[in-house]
Design a protein around this ligand. Structure first.
Ligand SMILES: [Zn+2]
Length: 329
């Protein structure tokens, strides 16, 4: 009988994964299992707005983060999640992904799932026509895909900014096999002036009131959320909760390579060096002889750009400045 029960639990995918243990942190809550979310079977998720949500067991929580990435808060959140071996689902904004592609890759390579949250995060989805919806949805996916560099790395999960749903948006997403994610609980972490303590209190109170389970919506772009996360995970563990990660069906790459641009920068030959504040002469002296000539030339270029940037009255200056600093964007 017991064997049968284990087989049945295994088939249902509810056996705790081996990943429950977290190397180096015996107090970590870890990630107990994954749950596969197929948009065809579960097109709308979250009881705040819909009738159905993820089929979670008692004391199971799925954590989601919206609006990023935004270093340093996203990085702080990622550090906490890694320290506790917690895997979550992100809903990234296209413009943010374009601005911080390395952070997008870190999110993925840390084992989190990445869905999207529009191109520019307008709060007007509920009033938009289909053309505008299409621009925001496809634009967001395209930017996140570009940051990840792999088409299968983006999950077919979409969360509408401000949860501003409409029949038009939902039909559009359903036609493209994108699951719409609302949530079961929020912690008001986007409110101005909210403290980390309040975020923890609200999250726990609402999860407990909601049958001790649910999809929790947080934002990794706020300092208070980043500060609240370690305590929230600790409290969830102490109260007997388990973290579940929602994943899309199908195969996706396990790890993505570092972006070529980042590798160049790491090698010390890229433009981010321009942002360093130490005296350039010291930098040149520290270089091996074969690199000195190149470094000295770069130093001249920097001084020239600086000089030109000061002469704002001449039209030519603006051109040079724009050309020069476009490398940094
Ligand atoms: Zn948002």
């Amino acid at each position: 009988m017991r064997c049968l029960a284990i087989v049945l639990l295994s088939l249902a995918g509810v056996l705790p994964a081996a990943a429950e243990t977290c190397p180096g942190n015996p107090d970590a809550i870890g990630t107990s299992r994954t749950i596969t979310v197929d948009p065809a079977e579960l097109p709308r998720i979250g009881t705040i707005q819909y009738r159905r949500t993820l089929p979670l067991n008692d004391h199971e929580v799925v954590i989601t983060f919206d609006d990023g990435p935004l270093p340093p808060y996203t990085n702080r959140v990622l550090d906490t999640l890694a320290a506790h071996c917690v895997k979550v689902t992100y809903f990234l904004v296209g413009q943010m992904a374009r601005a911080y592609p390395d952070t997008v890759r870190r999110i993925y390579n840390d084992g989190h799932i990445i869905g999207t949250h529009s191109l520019s995060h307008p709060f007007t989805f509920h009033t938009m026509g289909e053309a505008q919806i299409a621009r925001e949805v496809t634009g967001g996916i395209a930017r996140v895909k570009a940051a990840l560099g792999h088409p299968k790395a983006v999950a077919p999960f979409f969360r509408i900014p401000g949860l501003a749903r409409s029949g038009t948006v939902e039909s559009y997403l359903a036609d493209r096999s994108l699951a719409v994610w609302s949530a079961d609980e929020v912690a008001d972490d986007w409110h101005r002036g909210i403290t980390a303590k309040d975020i923890v209190r609200l999250a726990l109170k609402r999860i407990e009131a909601h049958d001790h389970r649910g999809v929790l919506l947080l934002h990794d772009i706020h300092p208070a959320t980043a500060l609240a996360l370690p305590t929230l995970l600790k409290e969830l563990k102490e109260r007997g909760y388990k973290i579940v990660q929602a994943v899309p069906p199908g195969v996706r790459p396990k790890v993505l390579p570092e972006r070529p641009e980042t590798m160049v920068a790491r090698a010390g030959q890229g433009w981010p060096r321009l942002l360093e504040t130490k005296p350039v002469t010291q930098e040149i002296a520290a270089k091996p002889a074969k690199h000195r000539k190149h470094a000295a030339r770069k130093d001249r270029d920097e001084r020239l750009a600086e000089k030109l940037a000061k002469k704002k009255s001449k039209p030519q200056t603006a051109e040079v400045e724009r050309g020069f600093f476009s490398f940094l964007q």
